[in-house]
Ligand binder design. Structure first.
Ligand code: C2E
Ligand code: MG
Length: 586
């Protein structure tokens, strides 16, 4: 077949224009594609029968009213604006979609190809309802039906691209609920889900149609707002979000008010990367949370510096193990009445090779473990810590120092992996008896998945390992916990111990916790004793073991020495260590 000819008369040959028109009319009647002409003020002027089949209305009905009558309310404004904008000759619209109502009340998605000629739009449309449904599923969160991350990023890209036409900014608000986990734990997942749906609705009500409210997962929501004038306006929107969430949500017989932390990032740059903006709003949100929650924080230059440090840490941390940049420091657990260490806690340290740190400086876990916890790295680091600590403890034992070693385990290690099996293998390798190892788990780790945590702890206990609940009293702790889980030691958090001298109420909490530990037959250890006054108060409140800079700093294995609580330095029991130091890794 030759190329299509463009002249109408050539094309129809000598059979004549009339016959050709009849044929075209027949095609028009037969095709299952939707064909129409539409006036620029939004009325159908001609329709083929396919419309009747697709929408269930007669053509007369469709022609009698404005197309607005049959269109989804959310699509009307944009469609009419597009139709009216067909000013330029040959204006054309491809792949434009909107929804029409079927006679039975359901909605059909149509995808249009149109061209404007004079006052008339010539249009062909296809029913893409099934495809749109599938796409919607892929782009929305099934619980709240809000756009998911993928759609959010797409909308953000479009909003940023439109920036060159306006003088405003695009704002991204990262909203993270402060105590959502407590709702899930205390009221159950169904109530938690209901609350998330309620929050999604409330956020959507607060926004304009052109804004996007998305759910990233868990208790994380992101708002994308366009047509915002300034940072100040974005911050005002953030404050409205905080206020709106604090209005209690009715949930069955309960009412729950949600506090949130909001991070705000704005951009004036139409080439900005939406992923980078999301990261920025995330970093600002973390800062708001770290400042105590129920707060709003704008991503600014100081945070930009923090973000680049954070990304550098992430990159370098991957090489920390293969390059042997990790080390363990040990901090003894001391009897407060004086005497020698009854245990030692292994604390991981990192000295990145080539990093611009002052001589002798090391990175503390707070600076890098949170990054590791976001990936599989935490498992590798955890394995290395466990292995190194067990080997060290066995070396001590062989030299007559039979103190148990304590190793911190992260939430992920406790609930997602077969921790007991890893510990069993490690004990076998280092030939350390189970009773010489104590694992410290945080309250947060236990509460993240209480059932799995309980079963993991039971398996560990069968190996003879003892379990300490770490950082007890740091947040809103549950008094049930020490009774409900198989524990041996309760470590009272530094924040609790250090708030003593100023705060009588905290002292009462401490005293109650010691009583609770006694009742549950747990050994209490007070962490973070820095001053003699704190030491005296802790002792007065009947706590007999402690850890703190006053008693002993965390140091490398070969620098461990003992100082009893009375203050005298004794090195005799630790002598073997000095010799050992040469053979042990720092
Ligand atoms: P933690 O388990 O509560 O460990 C005690 C922390 O308190 C240590 O901080 C220790 O240096 C510090 N500390 C002890 N006495 C005092 C004191 O008197 N004053 C003050 N201001 N601080 C004191 P560090 O080494 O920075 O560790 C922080 C946290 O990182 C640990 O808190 C623990 O939760 C976590 N961590 C440390 N090593 C590991 C590890 O190998 N694995 C895991 N998963 N977490 C670890
Ligand atoms: Mg600990």
């Amino acid at each position: 077949m030759g190329p299509a000819k463009t002249s109408t008369t050539d094309h129809v040959g000598y059979e004549g224009a009339l016959e050709s028109e009849a044929r075209i009319a027949r095609l028009f009647e037969m095709t299952s594609d939707l064909l129409a002409t539409i006036s620029r003020d939004g009325r159908f002027t001609l329709l083929n029968p396919a419309w009747e089949q697709l929408l269930g209305w007669t053509r007369e009905e469709l022609l009698a009213s404005s197309i607005e009558e049959f269109m989804h309310p959310e699509d009307v404004q944009q469609t009419l604006a597009l139709l009216a904008a067909g000013d330029e000759p040959g204006a054309q619209l491809e792949h434009f979609t909107n929804r029409y109502r079927h006679r039975d009340g359901s909605w059909r998605w149509l995808m249009w190809s149109t061209r404007c000629d004079g006052d008339t739009w010539y249009a062909a449309a296809k029913d893409v309802t099934d495809r749109m449904w599938l796409e919607r599923q892929a782009l929305h969160d099934p619980l709240t039906r809000l756009p998911n991350r993928l759609l959010l990023m797409d909308r953000a890209r479009q909003a940023l691209a439109r920036l060159h036409r306006s003088h405003g900014v695009v704002a991204m608000l990262f909203v993270d609920l402060d105590k959502f986990k407590a709702v899930n734990d205390n009221l159950g997942h169904d109530i938690g889900d209901q609350l998330l749906v309620g929050i999604a609705e409330r956020l959507a009500e607060l926004m304009r149609d052109s804004d996007t409210v998305a759910r990233l997962g868990g208790d994380e929501f992101v708002i994308l707002a366009e047509d915002i004038d300034s940072e100040e306006e974005a911050m005002a929107l953030g404050r409205r979000v905080l206020d709106a969430l604090e209005d209690p949500f009715p949930l069955g017989s309960n009412e729950v008010a949600m506090l949130a932390s909001v991070g705000v990032a704005v951009s004036r740059d139409s080439n900005a990367d939406p992923e980078a903006m999301l990261r920025e709003s995330d970093v600002a949100m973390y800062r708001a949370k770290a400042a105590g929650g129920r707060r709003l924080k704008l991503f600014d230059e100081s945070l930009r510096q923090e973000l680049s440090t954070r990304m550098e840490i992430e990159n370098r941390l991957r090489y920390a193990l293969p390059r042997q940049e990790l080390a363990l420091a040990y901090q003894p657990i001391m009897p407060l009445a004086g005497g020698f260490a009854v245990g030692a806690e292994a604390l991981v340290r990192w000295r990145p090779d080539g990093a611009e740190l002052p001589a002798g400086a090391e990175m503390l876990p707070g600076m890098f473990l949170p990054r590791a916890q976001e990936s599989e790295l935490i498992v590798q680091i955890g394995n290395w810590v466990l292995h190194t600590a067990c080997v060290q403890a066995e070396i001590w034992r062989r030299n007559g120092i039979a103190i148990p070693i304590s190793v911190n385990v992260s939430a992920r290690e406790l609930t997602e992996l077969d921790l007991a099996e890893r510990v069993r293998a490690e004990l076998a390798y280092s030939r350390l008896p189970g009773r010489a190892l104590c694992l410290e788990v945080s309250e947060e780790a236990v509460l993240r998945d209480p059932e799995r945590a309980r079963s993991a702890l039971k398996d560990l206990k069968r190996l003879g390992v003892s379990i300490a609940l770490d950082n007890f009293g740091s947040g809103e702790f549950s008094l049930r916990l020490p009774r409900d889980f198989p524990l041996d030691i309760l470590k009272l958090d530094r924040a609790l111990v250090q708030s003593f001298d100023r705060d009588k109420e905290r002292r009462a909490v401490f005293a109650a916790t010691i009583a609770l530990a006694k009742e549950a037959r747990l050994t209490a250890v007070a962490v973070g004793i820095e001053t003699n006054r704190q030491l005296a108060l802790v002792r007065e409140l009947d706590c007999s073991l402690g850890q703190g800079f006053l008693l002993h700093n965390p140091v490398a294995a070969d620098q461990l020495r003992l100082r009893d609580a009375a203050g005298s330095v004794t090195s005799a029991p630790w002598r073997p260590l000095v010799r050992l130091g040469k053979g042990t890794r720092r």
